[in-house]
Design a protein around this ligand. Structure first.
Ligand SMILES: Nc1ncnc2c1ncn2[C@@H]1O[C@H](COP(=O)(O)OP(=O)(O)OP(=O)(O)O)[C@@H](O)[C@H]1O
Ligand SMILES: [Mg+2]
Length: 202
């Protein structure tokens, strides 16, 4: 990777968000702009800065054609399992393993079936899943500050963006920063990323 040219202001903003997260003020920072303008590069610079300050980074990229729902979040869980091992993932998700197990059945194939009489409607199931991911991220951030990068969010499936909205509102006191990038000219107007600390590159 060649040396970074310019982007002083943007880098300062992202480093400030990282510093805040390291101190326990969670945040979401979005980088928008046209293809090739340098969004991923800024996310990489931020990840590097965070790692040198002792944070863990978990990287996920969305794909152009919708694959599995929650694909970027599946990658976040897999990245954690790759780095820390399956046992750490299981310990991290603890009591809520059943919901997350549905996301990563290859990692957690043996989730207990839903107890009889406790079937939740789809909205409740979704809420419980979102809450599980929030709890998981909070928990691993307690052990080590964490930066999650979600690259190319313009390709994210709608449920993944809903989860991002949920986390942006719900997770406050955690050593967690979520950095998202997206092409602002390709984003689905019906499913925009959450309104949070963000800027456009030009
Ligand atoms: N400020 C910069 N200084 C030096 N090189 C840069 C800078 N910004 C981007 N680049 C380089 O330009 C190329 C394209 O940048 P990048 O991949 O970050 O674009 P992008 O906005 O993520 O594009 P896409 O929307 O296609 O994902 C990369 O090789 C990257 O390293
Ligand atoms: Mg990119």
């Amino acid at each position: 990777m060649g040396s970074l040219v310019g982007r002083t202001r943007e880098l300062r903003t992202l480093r400030a968000a990282t510093d805040a997260a390291l101190k326990g003020r969670a945040g979401v920072a979005l980088v928008a702009g046209a293809a090739g303008i340098g969004k991923t590069r800024l996310a990489e610079e931020t990840a590097q800065y965070a790692e040198s300050a002792g944070a863990r980074t978990l990287w996920a990229a969305c794909l152009p054609r919708e694959g599995l729902p929650y694909w970027p979040w599946v990658q976040v869980l897999r990245a954690y399992a790759r780095e820390r091992g399956l046992q750490a993932l299981i310990a991290g998700i603890g009591a809520v393993s059943q919901d997350l197990a549905r996301l990563v059945p290859d990692l957690l194939p043996s989730a207990e079936p839903e107890p009889r009489g406790q079937t939740l409607d789809p909205d409740q199931q979704r809420f419980r899943l979102f809450d599980s991911v929030a709890t998981f991220l909070q928990k691993i951030s307690d052990a080590q500050p964490c930066v999650v990068v979600l690259d190319d969010l313009h390709w994210a499936d709608a449920p993944s963006l809903m989860l991002l909205h949920f986390l942006a509102r719900d997770v406050r006191d955690a050593r967690l920063l979520i950095v998202g990038t997206y092409r602002d000219d390709e984003v689905d107007r019906d499913q925009p990323p959450p309104p949070c600390a963000s800027f456009s590159l030009d």
